[in-house]
Write a protein that binds this ligand. Structure first.
Ligand SMILES: Cc1cc2nc3c(=O)[nH]c(=O)nc-3n(C[C@H](O)[C@H](O)[C@H](O)COP(=O)(O)OP(=O)(O)OC[C@H]3O[C@@H](n4cnc5c(N)ncnc54)[C@H](O)[C@@H]3O)c2cc1C
Length: 294
């Protein structure tokens, strides 16, 4: 039996079940029901094709190991998360990196997913190439669905070139001024008093842009500020200790946040989808992707 078959056998075809990755976002969208069986996705890197800019990886692989392997060919994927985070967990959560302006979204990075559905059968969504354009875009539904539609065993992800140079600067320039002064910064963060900006690209370009910012008092720092673990949407006020991701309006903050209002019509469609993917409600019961904050 191959790893996907083993995973399918572990998931089985009856009874409530969910996948646990690194557990770094385990309670997101609600607590798992007490009677749910917890399984683990296979780990390991299947194949990396640097010329095609794709990597086939098992969903239980940690992001740290994946990053190490891709870095050997100076590539990376968009997925991000704290130590221990897995590829499958990160896709199921679907949050985006603070470097999204440069590297894109988690949703766009998933080219193909091999999953076990609620009926206990294996299905494949998407295609292995970056120019895939046929069929329903099921991959897009899977990202951010918290494992409530299917359990992911193996994926093919789009890779990106690592920048030649990457630099963080910090200072009291307003985020608007920083944005006006830079050509496509990878990230601008604002803590209410200071801006952090990430410049990435060719060394000479990054250095000349950094020199321009230095004239306005921006100085080089080791990296981004420590980001609080919870997320919210920008409402016009920055809570104490929070950090705003200027490009996306995501507020990184401490403490419980209120899930955004979801249009009732969208909820109806979401419930219909769930009922079609998982009529018995056996996949990750207790979790609701609409209870995630941002
Ligand atoms: C401080 C902090 C910073 C972060 N920054 C970023 C960031 O910059 N960018 C970003 O993208 N994310 C970020 N994250 C979120 C991060 O992606 C997730 O915490 C993490 O990747 C989830 O992986 P995990 O293996 O720990 O999942 P778990 O916590 O184990 O699981 C999370 C959810 O996914 C489900 N799940 C796990 N594996 C599978 C699978 N194979 N198939 C189906 N469902 C599955 C679980 O059942 C659970 O509901 C951040 C989180 C924190 C706490």
């Amino acid at each position: 039996m191959n790893a996907m078959e083993d995973f399918r056998a572990e998931v089985g075809s009856s009874g409530p079940v969910c996948v646990k990755g690194g557990g770094t976002r385990w309670s997101l969208g609600g607590e798992a029901n007490t009677n749910v069986r917890v399984v683990h996705a296979p780990g390991g890197i299947d194949s990396h094709d640097p010329a095609e800019m794709t990597v086939a990886v098992w969903a239980g692989t940690t992001l740290t190991i994946l990053a190490e392997v891709l870095a050997e060919k100076r590539q990376e994927v968009v997925l991000d998360g704290p130590p221990g985070s897995t590829v499958g967990g990160s896709l199921s959560v679907g949050w985006n990196s603070i470097r999204r302006q440069r590297i894109g979204t988690a949703r766009d990075s998933l080219l193909q997913a091999e999953c076990v559905g609620a009926d206990g059968r294996i299905f494949k969504a998407g295609g292995p190439t970056v120019k895939n354009a046929s069929g329903y875009e099921l991959c897009r539904l899977l990202v951010g669905s918290l494992g409530t539609l299917a359990l992911t065993g193996r994926v093919i992800l789009r890779t990106r070139p690592l920048p030649e140079c990457s630099l963080w600067l910090r200072g009291t320039m307003s985020p608007v001024e920083v944005e006006r002064s830079c050509y496509r910064p990878s990230s601008i963060l604002w803590d209410g008093s200071n801006s952090h900006v990430c410049l990435e690209g060719y060394g000479a370009d990054v250095e000349s842009e950094a020199e321009g910012l230095a004239e306005h008092g921006m100085t080089e720092v080791a990296g981004p500020p420590d980001l609080p673990p919870d997320r919210d949407r920008w409402s016009g006020d920055l809570p104490q200790g929070a950090v705003l991701d200027v490009a996306t309006g995501v507020v990184h903050r401490h403490g419980s946040t209120v899930a955004p209002e979801v249009d009732p019509a969208v909820k109806v469609i979401a419930h219909r989808l769930k009922a079609n993917f998982d009529p018995q409600g056996r996949l990750n019961p207790g979790r609701d992707p609409y209870q995630m904050s941002a």
